[in-house]
Design a protein around this ligand. Structure first.
Ligand SMILES: CC(C)(COP(=O)(O)OP(=O)(O)OC[C@H]1O[C@@H](n2cnc3c(N)ncnc32)[C@H](O)[C@@H]1OP(=O)(O)O)[C@@H](O)C(=O)NCCC(=O)NCCS
Length: 158
């Protein structure tokens, strides 16, 4: 069906999609470049509950989100969220975050979902709309940019 929105777990995507997400990620976040090896390990680490989703419309990747559990912790980290420029403000970002929160909330012993962003990117209001609360500045990125932390508590422990 034309214009159909598909949500696909990245681990189940084709090699081409995987490569494209890698390229888009590094093009979109030039201050946090990942090597191909790091990227592959991130999604297939057996002990860290990696979760990731992408949206496709008519075969085109229009958004993705990735996250995983911090080793030996009860915290799940969302490390990246991206929506293509032409599809912003259509609630794809919201839907991606909702999808990863729903999936992460099923992980045994999870207590918290958190994320960081560069303070200069001013995303506090955005993530507040998605139920996150501010934890404030939490150290800095390697280039010295202030790193802002936000989180939400997960109540449905199993
Ligand atoms: C941030 C980003 C993911 C938002 O995606 P999006 O699909 O356009 O956002 P949504 O349509 O889901 O927006 C949901 C709400 O947040 C608002 N919003 C969107 N971008 C916002 C921003 N940068 N700051 C504040 N509010 C924002 C929307 O207006 C909407 O508000 P409403 O519910 O009152 O209508 C997208 O702009 C993006 O990919 N940016 C570049 C990469 C990036 O900064 N990623 C996040 C850091 S890792």
């Amino acid at each position: 069906m034309p214009g159909e929105l598909k949500i696909v777990p990245l681990q189940e995507s084709s090699a081409d999609d995987f490569k494209n997400v890698f390229r888009i990620y590094n093009d979109s976040f030039p201050e946090s470049i990942w090597s191909e090896k790091y990227f592959k390990n991130y999604f297939f680490h057996p002990k860290e509950n990696p979760l990731s989703f992408m949206f496709k419309i008519d075969g085109e990747i229009v958004g993705f989100v990735f996250g995983k559990m911090l080793p030996r912790s009860n915290s799940f980290n969302i490390s990246s969220l991206w929506v293509s420029k032409k599809h912003r403000h259509k609630y794809f970002g919201k839907k991606l975050i909702e999808a990863i929160i729903k999936a992460a909330s099923k992980i045994k012993n999870i207590e918290e979902i958190y994320l960081h962003f560069r303070e200069k990117n001013q995303l506090t209001a955005y993530y507040e709309k998605l139920s996150f609360t501010s934890d404030g500045i939490d150290t800095a990125y390697s280039n010295g940019d202030r790193r802002y932390r936000m989180s939400l508590t997960v109540n449905n422990n199993q």
